[in-house]
Design a protein around this ligand. Structure first.
Ligand code: DAH
Length: 353
């Protein structure tokens, strides 16, 4: 803004510069230089007062605009995250000595599981914590309205996907099957197998008790090639379990049970159970007095699931499984309540240091 009057021009420049240094921006309007200009008005010749007063008001408006603009800019700053565990403006907190903390037992066991499957030739992949209903159901041969969808009741977001369906917190790691199969198709064409395991977190709307949590872990496995059959599935899982429990078993053969079951995405489907280590098959409250603990679901991948990923089911066959990691770990260490894992109880966690 340019002013005709040289004194007003001078004060305007001075105040613009001072503005940057002011802590309270509104103090600009209290500047003595501005007051002096106003005090000058009555001393001016009558014919000059209107022009001088008009310019002075313009200057005041300019200063007001400056103050308002800076206030808006300050309000537009990103909000402070009040849930942050420390003041983000402070210097970094000193970390506790490492002897006070340990890797969470589930994290450590997930690494062990991944290591065993890695040695068996499987690639390790990850799932996601928000997914869509297409991957949760459609690609897995659960068409809309399929009653088995009810077994996978989970949490949903208000946000919807492109079909207008709510996004979901995946209720199983099987949501990754279509992605793994689609990505692995090229391998099949080169004569290699698709062999992937996906250990990750899943969510369900559960009534919580010693065996059920709303947040838990699964390891999904997918193996596809030419001529794959159910015997290979049983051998793979038995080899894994024998290795995983090798320290606990002390050379003993593992007792497993394979029962027919139903999943929409496998045909035939099976349920794999381990004998209850708490009661030695006599029956206790951990195994619901059955003597066995259902550990994982598995089966031969349904032709519709292969077709949905563009794989010809008349050429290739495969097996898949989904195993609850929490339960696997509970049985290894004799943990009687799944809720300990997410409880953050130090007495519990320190036993695994
Ligand atoms: N997704 C199933 C569940 O959470 C478990 C499962 C069963 C996974 C069979 C599979 C499978 O890959 O083939 O109940």
């Amino acid at each position: 803004m340019n002013y005709q009057n040289s004194r007003i021009t001078e004060v305007a420049e001075l105040l613009r510069q001072r503005f940057a240094t002011l802590e309270v921006k509104a103090d600009l309007l209290k500047a003595v230089e501005l007051k002096a200009l106003y005090a000058e008005i009555p001393t001016l010749a009558a014919e000059d007062r209107a022009a001088f007063g008009g310019e002075l008001n313009q200057l005041k408006q300019e200063l007001l605009d400056l103050i308002n603009a800076s206030q808006e800019a300050a309000e537009a700053l990103p909000a402070l995250d009040v849930t942050a565990p420390f003041d983000i403006n402070s210097s970094r907190p000193q970390l506790l000595p490492t002897t006070s903390g340990t890797v969470h037992p589930l994290t450590r066991e997930i690494q062990r599981v991944a290591d065993i499957f890695g040695r068996m030739g499987f690639e390790i992949s990850e799932s996601r914590e928000i997914d869509d209903q297409y991957h949760m159901f459609e690609t897995l041969n659960f068409p809309k309205g399929h009653p088995a969808r009810d077994d996978y009741d989970t949490f949903m977001t208000v946000q919807t996907d492109k079909d207008g369906e709510p996004l979901i917190a995946p209720a199983h790691t099987s949501t990754m099957q279509n992605r793994v199969l689609t990505a692995g198709k090229a391998k099949l064409e080169q004569g290699e197998a698709i062999a992937v395991v996906i250990p990750d977190r899943v969510f369900r709307n559960e009534d919580l008790d010693a065996r059920h949590e709303h947040t838990f872990y699964q390891v999904e496995g997918v193996y596809v090639a030419k001529g794959v059959h159910a015997g290979m599935l049983v051998a793979t899982l038995q080899t894994f379990l024998q290795e995983y429990y090798s320290e606990t078993l002390g050379g003993k053969e593992l007792d497993v049970r394979v029962n027919p079951f139903y999943f929409p995405f496998t045909e035939p489907s099976f349920e794999f159970a381990l004998s209850c280590p708490f009661c030695d098959k006599k029956g206790c409250n951990i195994c619901s007095y059955e003597g066995w603990i259902e550990l994982l679901g598995c089966g031969m991948i349904h032709p519709n699931v292969l077709t949905a990923a563009g794989i010809d089911p008349t050429v290739y066959t495969g097996f898949a499984w989904g195993c609850g990691i929490d339960r696997l770990v509970m049985m290894k260490y004799g943990i009687e309540d799944v809720r300990h894992f997410e409880s953050a109880k130090l007495e519990f966690l320190r036993q695994f240091s």
